[in-house]
Design a protein around this ligand. Structure first.
Ligand code: G7M
Length: 312
């Protein structure tokens, strides 16, 4: 891991709760949790000031606007193969053109470390009864904290990133870029709509009483994206995750070109389908058996095993 000299920290402007870390000085490497070759992301367990950290280092896509700047003497080439008209090179562009994206989770919990570790997944079929008996107690006791969501809703963090807000306490929401989006590459557009209501944990809680909320998010979310980024509704996927990582209702809005593992059939539920299913049957998501995949060392998997709800 690259470690810059001189640990420097400064108070972040838009986050009252934390300091901004300016280099990796002071971070102790523990282990590579996962090396994802497809997304070119390394997931690293580290420690800083005695507390666990998870670092996600991602090699980002090219910004078409700066490719031209790379074709100068500032980019060093080291030949690795030459054959007839073909040659390959290790390429070292100027560091201003060669940034990576880092996501730091600090202090990280054991669940964060487990979430980003390489491991086996299992398919679970969760009936409405299983949800009440197994999943709900897990959500209440073991799920990841929603504090980051509340910080956004309270305008304590990321306030300058808000793209749209409907302040209605029942059907309102905040729309803002997902942490994973660099906000530059429009083909990778990725936003989250976080509802103001704090009593809806997930898709499982939704019924006909929530239709105004869901329709509002769909309609105003898409029109805000069109207005701010010029991307029309027919280029945007809107969906919910089940299981989500965070149990506070939120809707994903992503460009259809975005290649994201979050679209898998055992996780993504299109918002338009959700609305229509509930319109046909109010208790659809309370009764339906929902299928999802779960990590082997997730507490939820262990809870399903203990209740004998997993087919092996
Ligand atoms: O799987 P689930 O539906 O719970 O997805 C949650 C989404 O929230 C993911 O796509 C995350 O990248 C995104 N996200 C998570 N955190 C902690 C943050 C955050 O602090 N800020 C923003 N803007 N997005 C986040």
């Amino acid at each position: 891991m690259a470690v810059e000299p001189n640990a420097k920290k400064r108070k972040s402007d838009d986050n009252k709760h934390s300091t901004e870390i300016l280099s990796f000085a002071g971070f102790d490497f523990c282990k590579v949790l996962k090396n994802d070759l497809r997304s070119k992301t390394a997931f690293i367990h580290s420690q800083f000031e005695g507390k666990d950290a998870v670092i996600l280092m991602e090699k980002t896509a090219f910004d078409a606007n700066i490719v031209q700047e790379m074709l100068t003497e500032k980019t060093e080439l080291v030949e690795t193969l030459k054959n007839d008209v073909y040659s390959t090179y290790k390429t070292f562009p100027d560091k201003t053109l060669n940034g990576m994206k880092t996501t730091l989770i600090y202090p990280a919990t054991k669940q964060h470390i487990a979430k980003y570790s390489e491991q086996e997944f299992h398919i679970v079929q969760e009936s409405g009864e299983d949800y009440k008996k197994v999943t709900l107690p897990y959500v209440k006791n073991k799920a990841l904290s929603n504090q980051w969501v509340y910080n956004i809703l309270n305008k304590e963090t990321e306030a300058d990133r808000i793209v749209f807000e409907d302040t209605c306490p029942d059907s309102g929401f905040i729309l803002l870029p997902d942490m994973k989006w660099d906000r530059k590459d429009m083909d990778a557009l990725y936003l989250q709509a976080l509802v103001h209501r704090r009593d809806i944990l997930s898709l499982r809680d939704l019924d006909q009483s929530h239709l105004p909320l869901l329709k509002n998010i769909l309609e105003k979310g898409l029109s805000a994206i069109k207005e701010k980024y010029g991307i029309p509704a027919n280029k945007v996927r809107s969906y919910l995750h089940y299981q989500p990582s965070y149990y506070h209702l939120h809707v994903h809005f992503a460009h259809i070109k975005l290649d994201n593992p979050g679209f898998e059939a055992d996780r993504a539920h299109l918002l338009t389908d959700v609305i229509e299913n509930i319109e046909m049957k109010s208790l659809y998501y309370k009764e339906k058996t929902l299928v999802f995949k779960v990590r082997e060392d997730d507490h939820l998997y262990k809870a399903f095993l203990e209740h004998g709800c997993i087919q092996k």
